[in-house]
Design a protein around this ligand. Structure first.
Ligand SMILES: Cc1cc2nc3c(=O)[nH]c(=O)nc-3n(C[C@H](O)[C@H](O)[C@H](O)COP(=O)(O)OP(=O)(O)OC[C@H]3O[C@@H](n4cnc5c(N)ncnc54)[C@H](O)[C@@H]3O)c2cc1C
Length: 457
């Protein structure tokens, strides 16, 4: 990047808010999945006006601008694949308002999800979206990816809590969309268009979020099954019984073995499927729901069912689920992680297909995740070799094609970014892709903002 441009940017944000050394730039060249670009400059904006002025420059000199939260994304969304300026929001991290009377909060994009949850909980309020990365991911990143987590089953995902946004358009105009009220239907729903747009349509600089009352109490259950199918059928049976737990998480046999090896919690050898189920609400309904679920679990041949309302014991019951994602790296150094979703009734079919694929391709394939939503984190653990990468690529294609044939979708949480872009056409029609590209062009005529993401190159 030309030194003159760097000087102009530095004048806008101040030299304390710019990083340009090779070492610093390298730190912003990858996310949780993709390592594939080198930015020219890292900039920490302090306001929407800073962002606006940088985008005006970007259009004048035609350099790419890539918004970045905490870089925990799993599809390469914040990776500066063709260089340019990475706009990092770690310094715009203030909670501006918690309005307990109207059940809303106004935040800057750099606020860490967990910190927001802690702060609103002090006022008896709840912000439910809880990606497993919630201790370090940012609200801006959550909005751009429409993040979800274990709570999604009962409470929905990020988009269900976004009421309004301040957005800087790729051409530099600052725009407010949405409302501060619980309802609002004036004009097109541009707020929803920005949620999940992966930082390609606008830069989010302020967010109005809906809050709900914090549930009074919670019960946690760990259910162990010999066969993975029994666990899968239990999920459908709970949902069919019209009980809505806040969470139903799942681990298959390979995931259980892997987490036990990394951090043993003494699970019996024969366990082939594991569910963690939580219900929350007022004390009486929590007990009633937990008892109903326990009955269903035992009817489906669970070999053990531990139930607790003690938060410390609940923490222990979550151990295998919390351990598994990192533990997978004990199997092999490279993870190819997908997050497909299928209708709940098709969970057993997906799990059978994954077992067969593991044998066919000869690579460890583990699946765990949000079974209540039919959303599975499929981890293919491979060696860093050409042979294994090719096998994983074939396995991913087969996984996506199976998912679609079961009526599912390629991504429930992580978005498309770079890593899934080649597969977009497997799910979307040509017309749908064309319409999306036209929207991108309307917002960003010079293709400045986060180029090369979502759409296949
Ligand atoms: C171990 C692990 C577990 C995870 N578990 C989950 C999970 O359960 N559920 C889930 O949904 N995700 C999960 N993720 C993925 C990731 O944490 C989420 O996608 C998260 O929302 C990304 O937030 P971030 O702040 O790190 O964003 P980044 O990775 O920095 O960016 C993500 C995208 O958001 C855009 N962006 C960031 N800030 C802005 C802004 N202000 N304006 C416009 N665009 C912006 C970026 O350009 C990029 O496209 C997990 C990741 C890891 C590493």
């Amino acid at each position: 990047m030309d030194n003159g441009i760097i000087e102009e940017i530095t004048k806008i944000v101040g030299k304390e808010n710019v990083l340009a050394s090779v070492e610093d730039r390298k730190c912003y060249s990858y996310d949780g999945r993709v390592d594939g670009g080198m930015p020219d400059l890292i900039v920490f904006p302090s306001s929407a006006e800073d962002v606006s002025r940088i985008l005006v420059l970007a259009n004048k000199y035609r350099f790419p601008v890539i918004p970045r939260g905490q870089g925990s994304g799993l599809t390469g969304g914040s990776v500066p694949v063709v260089g340019g300026v990475v706009l990092t929001f770690t310094k715009m991290n203030r909670i501006l308002e918690i309005d307990a009377e109207n059940l809303i909060t106004v935040v800057e994009p750099g606020v860490i999800t967990f910190i927001l949850q802690e702060e609103v909980a002090k006022k008896g309020l709840f912000y439910p979206p809880d990606p497993s990365s919630y201790k370090y991911s940012s609200i801006g990143g959550n909005i751009a990816e429409c993040a979800g987590g274990p709570n999604s089953l009962k409470y929905g995902v990020t988009r269900d809590y976004v009421l309004g946004l301040e957005v800087v358009l790729p051409t530099g105009e600052i725009m407010n969309v949405g409302v501060r009220t619980m309802k609002g239907v004036v004009g097109y729903d541009l707020t929803r268009l920005f949620v999940g747009s992966e930082g390609t349509l606008g830069v989010v600089t302020k967010i109005i979020l809906k809050l709900i009352p914090l549930p009074e109490t919670r019960a946690t259950m760990l259910a162990l099954f010999r066969e993975v199918e029994e666990a899968a059928k239990t999920v459908s049976a709970i949902v069919a019984a019209r009980i809505v737990p806040s969470t139903i998480e799942f681990l298959d046999r390979a995931s259980i073995k892997c987490s036990e090896q990394a951090s043993p919690m003494g699970l019996p050898e024969e366990v082939g499927g594991l569910l963690i189920i939580e219900v929350d609400g007022d004390p009486a309904s929590v007990v009633a729901q937990a008892e109903k679920i326990k009955k269903i679990v035992l009817e489906h041949n669970a070999i053990r069912c531990d139930l607790t309302q003690d938060p410390k014991e609940a923490d222990r019951l979550w151990q295998a689920r919390r351990t598994v994602s990192q533990a997978t790296y004990n199997l092999n150094p490279v993870k190819v992680a997908e997050d497909v979703v299928v209708p709940r009734s098709e969970i057993p079919a997906l799990i059978r297909a994954l077992e067969e694929m593991g044998k066919k391709y000869g690579i460890p394939i583990l699946s765990f995740g949000h079974a209540g939503d039919g959303n599975f984190h499929v981890s293919m653990m491979i060696r860093d070799t050409k042979e294994d990468r090719e096998k994983a690529e074939e396995a991913v294609k087969e996984l996506f094609s199976k998912t679609i044939s079961l009526g599912g979708t390629l991504s429930g949480e992580h978005g498309i970014g770079l890593s899934k872009a080649p597969y977009l056409g497997m799910e979307l029609s040509g017309q749908a892709m064309l319409t999306m590209k036209k929207i991108k062009q309307l917002f960003d005529p010079n293709n400045i903002l986060n180029p090369n993401k979502i759409f296949p190159a």
